[in-house]
Design a protein around this ligand. Structure first.
Ligand code: BTN
Length: 246
């Protein structure tokens, strides 16, 4: 991973470039990086704030031989790799909020967006987008996200060398995708759970259809969240916004 790097000053979104490259046959492990994005995108059709030169805005093309249903697991695998890279480079101790938010002191420092090129029974490419707030100060963030976002620099009180962190992410991601291919999701699920702030907590989950409140009891072997509501029912949640319930 990362042997093939496609670097840009400005792009609309590294996801868009990576999709195009993947369609044109770029090998698995290709990474697209940009200093800034004019139309960075987040999950659930949100924008992603991509301050110029301050963060890691990148999309990685992977070509694992998996069924499309297993793609969400890669979001969790990526989150583990990012957490360990941040730990290694900064000594900070990030946590993961299901499915893909990496938090420092309860504020989001990294978001992960996994997109697919696939048909019913095979994956041609996974496009894994990583948006990591590295060197922003409070003022670099859009006022709308200032309360909930943070950067490694803000939490660690010193700037980080982005290139070092990018290489560490590549190394960890390669290690864990190899582990996944050899041993399946089980060992990664254990790792993911060890960083999770979601499991074992009372949460509120906003899905496209409803708002559910209850206990987050775990993730399944597919990486899907299981939530137990007060009537004892267990709901499986594929996509939602999560907040801790009080
Ligand atoms: C989220 O909503 O938490 C996911 C955010 C993902 C942002 C990254 S930045 C690099 C890549 N390009 C994009 O347009 N989005 C992802």
């Amino acid at each position: 991973i990362g042997r093939n790097i496609n670097y840009h000053e400005t792009v609309t979104s590294t996801q868009i470039i990576a999709h195009q490259l993947a369609q044109d046959g770029a090998p698995g492990g290709t990474a697209v990086l940009a200093e800034t994005q004019t139309a960075g995108r987040g999950r659930l059709a949100r924008n992603w704030d991509s301050a110029a030169g301050k963060g890691i805005w990148m999309s990685i093309i992977l070509r694992p031989a998996i069924m499309p249903q297993r793609a969400p697991q890669f979001t969790l695998v990526t989150a583990v790799a990012v957490v360990q890279a941040i730990e290694e480079v900064t000594g900070l101790r990030p946590e993961i909020k299901w499915p893909n938010d990496v938090l420092l002191n309860g504020r989001k420092c990294t978001g992960i967006l996994t997109e697919l090129q696939a048909d019913m029974d095979s994956v041609q490419a996974l496009i894994i987008g990583i948006g990591l707030n590295a060197n922003q100060t409070q003022d670099d963030f859009d006022p709308a996200v200032r309360e909930v976002a943070t950067s490694l620099r803000m939490e660690g009180d010193k700037p980080v060398e982005r290139a070092v962190l990018v290489r560490s992410i590549f190394r960890h991601l390669e290690k864990y995708t190899d582990l996944y291919i050899e041993n399946g999701f089980a060992p990664l699920k254990v790792l993911w759970e060890s960083y999770s702030v979601t499991i074992g907590k009372r949460i509120r989950a906003r899905t496209a259809r409803e708002v559910l409140e209850g206990l987050a009891i775990g993730i399944t072997d597919d990486g899907v969240l299981e939530l137990k509501t007060d009537d004892g029912k267990i709901h499986t949640i594929y996509s939602a916004d999560i907040e801790l319930a009080t």
